[in-house]
Design a binder for this molecule. Structure first.
Ligand SMILES: [Zn+2]
Length: 318
């Protein structure tokens, strides 16, 4: 199954998007409008300064590591959980999701990122939601502005117990894993969080719980960005298209979302990736993934997804 996928270098970019958010507040490179907007290269006036430390982190994300992580999450080969080999057969059932959560928990910890389960139990959950949802939250507390929080997220659950769901969303989960690996064991100005959400395929239950909890129980924290990865492994026409979904241009939160997307597009230019990655900002307020849970509580968020319009994966759920 995995051989279908041509991984582009978005995982590396996911790493540096976060790093650069930590380093500086970047004005957006471009102004997007409603609908699909192919982006020009960022103007020189807002180009980022090249930073060799960032480049070194990017280099830690390799094609083979991405391939291995995605295959492990989708049952192509065993992973290690509690020191034992384990094949992840499903990321849908309660038992299956529990194993995956444990795997991600151990992965973050072993890469120098303090980690915790973020679990919720509801006797009467929202329609479509399981009784128990368990997000995995790995966090590097900021040393200068600890209450400013930058989040990189992906959902780890799948659409059904019979699907390996390599693209949706082992690919995004692997992206967050590799970012945690590249950024772990270090300190940053802002708090940096890697979050794997549960139950996205059931009406965004996991991320809804997490974002509402942040908003209601942690008003001292300010979410600077959620950069959400949902399906980043498919590119059969090899054009490198990567959709970045924001709220509508008429939304009060649009400029915040655009600032997040603007970091991504600037990184593509500055680090010489324009030949392999083509960001397309789409201001359509798409509500089909976990970034929407952040929008619902008023936090900036962007969803990165492969070209789901003109080169969409017919087997994304399988
Ligand atoms: Zn998905």
């Amino acid at each position: 199954m995995l051989d279908r996928y041509h991984f582009i270098r978005v995982v590396g970019l996911s790493v540096i998007v976060i790093v650069l958010k930590l380093i500086q507040n970047q004005p957006p490179a471009v102004v997007a409008v409603e609908g699909r907007v192919p982006l020009p290269a960022a103007p020189a006036s807002v180009a980022l300064a090249y930073d060799s430390r960032v480049a070194a982190m990017m280099a830690k994300v390799t094609q083979s590591l991405v391939y291995t992580a995605t295959g492990g999450l989708s049952g192509e080969w065993p992973v290690s959980i509690a020191g034992q080999p384990f094949i992840i057969h499903d990321r849908y059932s309660n038992a299956g999701r529990q194993q995956v959560a444990r795997y991600l928990y151990e992965y973050a910890g072993s890469n120098g990122v303090p980690v915790a389960y973020d679990s919720y139990f509801d006797l009467n959950p929202l329609p479509g939601c399981p009784n128990t949802v368990t997000n995995v939250v790995a966090s590097l507390t900021g040393v200068i502005s600890p209450t400013e929080v930058v989040i990189l997220s992906a959902h780890y659950d799948s659409y059904s117990s019979s699907s390996s769901a390599a693209d949706d969303n082992a690919s995004g989960s692997a992206g967050v894993m590799l970012a945690a690996r590249a950024l772990g064991n270090k300190s940053y100005a802002r708090t940096l969080r890697f979050v794997w959400f549960d139950a996205e395929e059931r009406d965004l239950c996991g991320s809804y719980k997490y974002a509402s909890h942040l908003k209601n129980a942690h008003p001292e924290e300010r979410v600077i960005a959620d950069f959400n990865l949902d399906m980043i492994g498919y590119d059969t026409d090899s054009d490198g298209a990567m959709e970045l979904h924001t709220r509508l241009t008429s939304s009060a939160g649009y400029s915040d979302d655009l600032a997040v997307a603007g970091v991504f597009t600037n990184v593509v230019s500055t680090y010489g990736l324009s030949g392999v990655l083509r960001p397309v900002i789409i201001a359509d307020a798409a509500s089909w993934s976990d970034h929407d849970s952040f929008w619902q509580v008023g936090y900036p968020a962007v969803c990165a997804i492969e070209d789901d319009t003109s080169d969409s994966n017919p087997l994304s759920k399988t």
